[in-house]
Structures are given as C-alpha cells and as structure tokens.
Design a protein around this ligand. Structure first.
Ligand SMILES: *[C@@H]1O[C@H](CO)[C@@H](O)[C@H](O)[C@H]1NC(C)=O
Ligand SMILES: *[C@@H]1O[C@H](CO)[C@@H](O)[C@H](O)[C@H]1NC(C)=O
Length: 674
C-alpha cells in the first residue's frame, strides 16, 4: 500500500504539541495527602542522591522527569499571555538543570509523543474545556486590558514542544515516547535503577518502580520535595503492592471509565460504611474499594468474577487491559496469568507502515524518540497530527483559526512526506539522506515551497538563518490572512530586529502599560507558525538548524506587544526601532522584500492603524465595512467560511466524534485532500 493511501485524521486540524493527556486516578493524590499523611514525606534530594551513590556505586543517580506534568511549574516568567517569554523561560530551565547538576543528579526528560486511542475521548473533552477557559481569558483582557492573575493561567502555545527542544539544546537527554509517557517513565526508572521519578500524576503511586517525587512541592533552591510512598499508602489501606493496579482500575482511571463503576462503588460502600462520617464521598469510595479488594483472593478467577459483575458491555477485557497498563516489562501479576498478557508496543497501523519504506520510517522513529524532529513520525505512522489549544480569540472574525491559516502549508508538508516524487515533490530519500550542495539547495527550496515562497529563495538565503525563517513565516501570514495590515508587518519586523540584542534580563524588566487582545491572538498565531516551520524543516531534511527556528531566537511576547502597540499608534520608525540606527536599513530591506513577494502574488498590504484599540473602537463583532470588503476580496483560503470555528478552534461536543465515532461521522481526509 502506498503512503498516499493512508487516511489522515486531523483532530483539531492542527499541528503540534499535546498537553499531558494522562489524568491518573481522580482524587487519589488528595486522598493520600488527607488520609495518609505519613505517605507524604519531605525528602532532601541531595541526601537521597548520596545514599543512592552508596547503594549503587556503578550508576549515577538519575531522576526521570515526566516533563509534561512539569512544564506548568517551570513556566514562571510573570508574563504568560502575550505568546511566551521564551528567553526568560530558557534561563529558568537552565537554572533547574544546573541545580540538579550541582547536587550530582542527572536528569532524563520524557515527553508524551502520542495520544493513545483509548485515551483520545478524554483528551478531546479536555481540549473543549480549555476552549472555554480561553474565551473567558479574552473577555478579561478586553475588559481590563491586562493579563489576569495566575488563577486563569494557561500554558503559552506550544510550550511543551519548545521545552523539548530547549532541554535538548541545553544538553539534556530528552525522550519523546511511543506510548503514553507515564508508562515509559515508570519502565525506564525501573530498568535503570533510577533514584526516582519527578512528576505530578497519581498513576506513579500505582506503578511498582522507583520512588515518586512531587514537582508541585519541589523547592528548587533547597532541593527538597515531597516523596509519596507507595508502601505507606498500602499500609494505610490494608493492601499490598500487588493490589495497586486493580485498586486503580476499580477507582476509574484513564482506561476504565468511572461511569462503569458507580454500581460497584455503591456495593462496596454498603459493605464497608465509612469509619469517619466527615469524609467526602470520594474518600469513602476509595476506602471502601480498598476494603473490598483486600478481602478478595489474589487470583485470575477473582478478576474474572469482577469482569462478570461490572457492566463492561462488549468490552469484557477492559479491566484486564487496565491492569496490564501498570505492569512494567518483566513484572507479573497474580491476577493475570502470563499467557494472557497481550502488551503491544506498536499499533497495527504502525506495523503495517513499518513494513513499507523501512529506511525512512526507521529514521523518522529514531528522530522522534530523540526529540530531533517534529510530528513527522506521527504523520508517517498513524496519519495523525494532534493540536492542543491556542490562545486565539474566537470572537475575532478577521483572523482565521491558526489551524486553518497553516493548513495549506501542512498540506504541502504531507505531500512531501507521503507523495515522494509525485507531481513536483522531490524524492524523500534524497532529501533526508543525500549529501552535497545541490541537495542542500533542494532542501531549502522544498522548505520554501511548503510556504509557497520558492521564488524568494535567493533573497531569503542571503539573510541570517533565524531572520530568514521568520521572514518566511511573516510573508506566509501576510499572504494567508488578508486582514493583516502594514502596522502588523511593521510590528513583526521590528520585533525580529530589536529582539536580537536583548538579554533575558532586559526582556524581564520590560513593562507593558496594557495588553492588547489582538496582539495576544497574533502572538499565538506566530508561535504556532514556528511549530509549522519545525514540521517543514523536519520533513525537508533540515535545511535549517532546528535551533534557528526556536522562539527564543525570534519571538518574545512582551516585546511583540510593545512593537504592536507602538506601530498601531503610528509612531515613527525611529521610535519603533528604539533609535537604533543600525536597524533602519535592515528594517526597510526586510519590509520591502516581504511587500515585493506579496505584490507578486497580488497582495497589497494596506495601512490600517488601530490606535490603542479603545479609541479606534474596533469592536471585533462589528467589523469596519471598508475593511470587510478588502478582507473578502483578497482572502485566499476557500475553507475560511465553512470551517472556521467549526473544528478549527471550536470543536462541537454534541454528536461530533473523531476517531472513535461512526465511520461516516469521522473527519477523514483522503490524501491528498487538496
Ligand atoms: C467532623 O468535622 C467537624 C468540623 O470540622 C469536627 O468538629 C468533628 O470533630 C469531626 N468529626 C469527626 C468524627 O472527625
Ligand atoms: C542595535 O540593535 C542591535 C541588534 O538588535 C544590537 O545588537 C545593538 O546592541 C543595538 N544598539 C544599541 C545602541 O542599542
């Protein structure tokens, strides 16, 4: 079967990173803190490392970091709403690594590389909930013209993706997983005798592996945190370690949904009324389930019995599978006979894909695991690209959803990957493996072709790499989004030029008098654009070094806000460029390059200053009629009207099913969909 025959499912029609998709066992962490305080011990990681060195003289003390549950704690820069303070963030990560290094502790970072099918429905629910949070956030910014408090915090767009590359560029070992990260984290820690796991996910209380340390309670300057002890949890519950996987499944986890368990819980509650009336229902359930299973014989027939009494419907093996998901390589469970194990590392799709085109696939997989490429492996193996939410203002009808803006580019990237040597696309093997100046040129031009800019190759190649990549992105945006104005362009160009000379400390001290909601939206669109550049770069055999495409090279949220607001108040070029004369000529040159490329494609960029957004009264719901006209006449995406808001940014919960629905309702796109 040809790659082109693969079906591509676009979940949110996006590209990019996943947020942590594993949710663990609801209420278990809170239960442990409240009911078994002895299981939460303050520990000194430096001391533990020394002890580890004595106990295991042949290995370094290693902590496996579940990075997805840490990013939210790592992102400490004060400003988070403007698109990300990436240089500041990089110094935070550096500091984190250095602190552990000074204590003689090595870190290995794991990232979720996939959303497993069995967890996809939950993942979609979460994304929809995030959309609501984002809408509230924009409402706040429009009303108050400032960033809300940390209570409304959302991760800057693409934070996990860029964290992965940041850690790699800081010399850390990072692993992008082939299955749910928590399993691989637990398995790695066990196999390598690691000192512990750093994360925040109650599933780590269940796996029988290295100690589990809390990222939430970590105090970095003293290197102390809370360690959750599985043994103490077991003691408090009257269970042994071998009970924990069954216990987790019967409380409801990422595999066994809670709604199947209600009846069972009621039964347990009746036979074991809570000893303490003050406990919440959840705590009472946890105690009652523990009590129930502590009385069951540890045998396969007990599990069979449970499978019979639970309303598992057609999926009789759910409980069994749920338990297996906690068994690490080499581990046995008294509830599951060894011959009934059916763990599988690769999905069927993956296996069939692997048989084709081995070499390409193998390299894509290696790069994926080592976090060197971006979503290429997901496309080649499953034809799936997932995209988490972005900070986009759904009320702004003038800017299409980012997933639609970048759709033409993504489609071109798919054709490079899946339609090697068809209708103008070069041979993928050549792009990835061949050497020499001709191939280098071909890589660069294939990259530019993804953004329909191959004609501007000479001019772009003459620029510094990060500036060239950024120009490529900005030109593409100007072509795709006709509502972007000359003021927007000035802000983009001033940003890239002024950013270069600024240290993280200078950027930290930059104060904004107000936050503009449209600039927040554009900031998110730009950062998502950078992930599209990463994807194109990976597909085309790395014409750019990945480092040149990173946001700390080309973007800063607050600096962009400042340039945007100045530009829309029609300040002079001198003011926009901070009076730095050495930037005047580059500014004019970059602008004329972008305008020239746009003009060749019949796109003229008009001036449309918005003032400070209040005075100009650009109510997003009542677009200026003059503007509407130009918008309509020159907008290039035919998908805009039908699809915007539908599943570009705002998936409808009712009746819309993605991969798990009736086949007819599935959003399928046959390749090539253009
Ligand atoms: C229940 O909670 C109340 C108030 O928090 C407290 O006064 C009382 O002693 C508690 N009862 C038990 C049995 O723990
Ligand atoms: C002018 O800008 C460049 C590039 O951003 C920077 O390196 C230089 O330090 C700046 N000069 C002054 C005087 O600020």
């Amino acid at each position: 079967m040809h790659f082109g025959m693969l079906f591509l499912f676009f979940l949110l029609l996006g590209c990019c990173e996943l947020q942590k998709s594993t949710m663990g066992i609801k209420g278990l962490q809170g239960f442990v803190a409240r009911v078994c305080p002895d299981a939460c011990r303050m520990v000194d990681l430096k001391e533990m490392a020394e002890k580890h060195r004595i106990d295991h003289p042949d290995v370094l003390p290693v902590i496996v970091v579940d990075a997805m549950s840490c990013v939210r704690h790592w992102y400490t820069p004060e400003s988070w709403v403007c698109g990300g303070q990436w240089r500041e963030y990089l110094t935070v990560l550096e500091d984190f690594i250095d602190t552990f290094k000074a204590a003689g502790i090595e870190l290995v970072f794991f990232f979720d590389g996939v959303v497993e099918e069995k967890k996809r429905d939950e993942w979609i629910k979460r994304r929809q909930q995030n959309n609501k949070e984002i809408a509230d956030l924009f409402q706040f910014i429009k009303t108050h013209r400032k960033q809300p408090g940390r209570g409304m915090f959302v991760l800057p767009s693409a934070l996990p993706t860029f964290t992965r590359f940041a850690l790699k560029s800081l010399g850390q070992k990072t692993v992008c997983t082939l299955q749910e990260a928590d399993f691989e984290v637990a398995a790695y820690a066990l196999e390598h005798n690691c000192m512990g796991i750093l994360g925040q996910d109650s599933d780590y209380l269940i796996y029988n592996t290295s100690p589990y340390f809390s990222i939430e309670k970590l105090c970095l300057d003293r290197l102390v945190t809370v360690m959750y002890s599985r043994e103490d949890v077991c003691r408090a519950l009257g269970l042994s370690m071998k009970h924990l996987p069954l216990f987790a499944c019967l409380l409801g986890n990422d595999v066994v949904p809670e709604n199947l368990l209600e009846g069972f819980w009621r039964k347990c509650l009746v036979t074991c009324p809570s000893r303490n009336r003050n406990y919440s229902r959840r705590i009472s359930i946890i105690l009652a389930v523990a009590n129930y299973i502590s009385k069951m014989p540890c045998s396969y027939s007990s599990l069979k019995h449970l499978e019979d009494i639970l309303p598992l419907g057609s999926d009789k093996t759910l409980l069994h599978r749920g338990m297996e998901s906690y068994l690490l390589p080499g581990q046995q469970s008294p509830w599951i006979p060894p011959d009934a194990r059916n763990s599988k590392i690769f999905s069927d799709q993956e296996e069939s894909a692997m048989c084709r085109d081995m070499e390409i696939f193998q390299l894509a997989k290696e790069h994926h695991i080592q976090s060197e490429n971006h979503v290429i492996f997901n496309i080649l193996s499953n034809g799936v690209v997932e995209c988490s939410n972005s900070l986009e203002d759904d009320c702004d009808t003038e800017i299409p959803g980012q997933s639609l803006i970048y759709r033409p580019a993504r489609q071109h990237i798919y054709s490079v990957l899946l339609e090697s040597e068809k209708g103008g696309t070069p041979n993928l093997k050549t792009l990835w493996f061949a050497k020499g100046p001709d191939v280098e040129k071909q890589r660069y031009s294939t990259f530019l072709a993804c953004f329909h800019l191959q004609d501007a190759m000479e001019e772009l190649q003459a620029l510094e790499a990060p500036v060239a990549a950024f120009c490529c992105l900005v030109t593409y945006l100007m072509l795709q989004v006709s509502s972007l104005s000359l003021e927007d362009l000035n802000a983009f160009v001033a940003l890239i030029l002024c950013l270069k000379g600024k240290s993280a400390a200078e950027l930290t001290s930059l104060q904004l008098l107000q936050v503009d909601p449209r600039a927040v939206h554009l900031g998110a669109v730009l950062v998502r654009g950078l992930t599209t550049l990463l994807m194109a770069n990976s597909a085309c055999g790395f014409p750019f070094s990945m480092d040149d495409l990173m946001p700390w090279k080309v973007f800063d949220g607050k600096l962009f806000q400042e340039k945007y607001q100045k530009s829309h108040r029609s300040c002079s070029m001198e003011e926009l460029l901070e009076g730095n004369e050495s930037l005047y000529t580059p500014f004019q040159n970059l602008k004329s390059l972008i305008c020239k490329v746009c003009a060749l494609k019949k796109r003229t960029i008009q001036s449309r200053p918005r003032g400070n957004g209040f005075i100009a009264g650009t109510h997003q719901r009542e677009p200026n009629p003059r503007f509407q006209q130009t918008h309509r006449s020159s907008f290039v995406s035919p998908y805009h009207n039908q699809m915007r808001g539908n599943f570009g940014r705002n998936p409808q919960p009712q009746g819309r099913r993605y991969r798990s629905g009736h086949p007819d309702q599935r959003r399928r796109f046959h390749v090539p969909p253009w």
